[in-house]
Design a binder for this molecule. Structure first.
Ligand code: ZN
Ligand code: ZN
Length: 269
């Protein structure tokens, strides 16, 4: 089983545990490395993203814990960077880029907070035309990844969370595949995100199998992440993920580099 996870949340954003509780759990699972990726500050919303001051405290605490636990586990301070957040500098060890909402005329429309709000975004902004909604989402994610010089592409087809997307429609597939072909030129590391499985909403990870195949064909790579909001879920679906990736032709590199800072971790290529 993969012994690392680079998509994890704590009480600093919408996770339930403290960073220290997460680290202790990761050590219990035999992890070699753990990356924190709490939600970046965005001025539009005050529900779960970190505040500006919260981000500073988050970095201070993670850095202190990384030092405290350095003989047992490597701890990294990353960020789940929202499309609406300003560009981070070098204060984070890695950036995981995600799109969680659409913004129109200053109003924000969450995509993954609840099924009702997800439906509201499709209805209000696109008159219920899900294909147009999906095209907009994939376009925004592509633009976001390029602009933020990201290290990991977050939950690529998050809009399938409530199983409302027309996943069999050729235009839907085209929009997704076109986004993958553009993104992979800028960032070739995607996450196989098991977060919706951990929540009991889906039985398959993001992205969909046909997207995984295209990423493979283009030389892209995967890291398995559980988008962990609760420490018991740190390794959710990890065993199945390994079989899934192997079945799609990927092999695990046990000593791969995520970037210049995060080195010697498990990545599938
Ligand atoms: Zn996310
Ligand atoms: Zn997340």
């Amino acid at each position: 089983m993969q012994r690392c996870n680079f998509h994890t949340h704590t009480k600093y954003s919408d996770g339930t545990d403290t960073p220290q509780e997460m680290i202790e759990a990761a050590i219990g699972f035999g992890f070699k490395a753990l990356g924190f990726s709490d939600h970046s500050y965005t001025h539009q919303r005050e529900d779960y993203p970190m505040s500006i001051e919260g981000q500073k405290q988050y970095r201070r605490e993670i850095r202190a814990l990384a030092e405290q636990y350095k003989d047992q586990i490597r701890v990294y301070c990353g960020i789940e960077q929202d499309a609406e957040s300003s560009l981070p500098g070098r204060e984070y060890d890695y950036i995981l880029s995600s799109v969680h909402e659409l913004i129109y005329h200053g109003e924000f429309y969450p995509l993954d907070s609840s099924e009702a709000l997800h439906r509201n975004a499709v209805e209000t902004l696109f008159g219920g035309n899900y294909l147009e909604f999906a095209k907009r989402y994939f376009y925004l994610l592509t633009e976001h990844v390029i602009r933020q010089k990201t290290d990991i592409v977050g939950h690529f087809d998050l809009i399938t969370k409530y199983s409302l997307a027309p996943e069999d429609h050729p235009e839907y597939a085209d929009a997704a595949l076109e986004a993958i072909r553009e993104i992979v030129k800028h960032c070739n590391l995607f996450e196989l995100n098991t977060g919706a499985i951990a929540r009991g909403l889906r039985t398959v990870p993001y992205p969909a199998p046909f997207m995984v195949d295209e990423i493979k064909r283009l030389g892209g790579r995967f890291i398995v992440n559980s988008d962990c909001h609760y420490r018991a879920k740190l390794t959710c679906w990890f065993d199945e993920a390994e079989k899934f990736l192997a079945a799609h032709g990927f092999v695990k590199d046990e000593h791969a580099d995520l970037n210049d800072v995060v080195k010697d971790i498990e990545i599938w290529r």
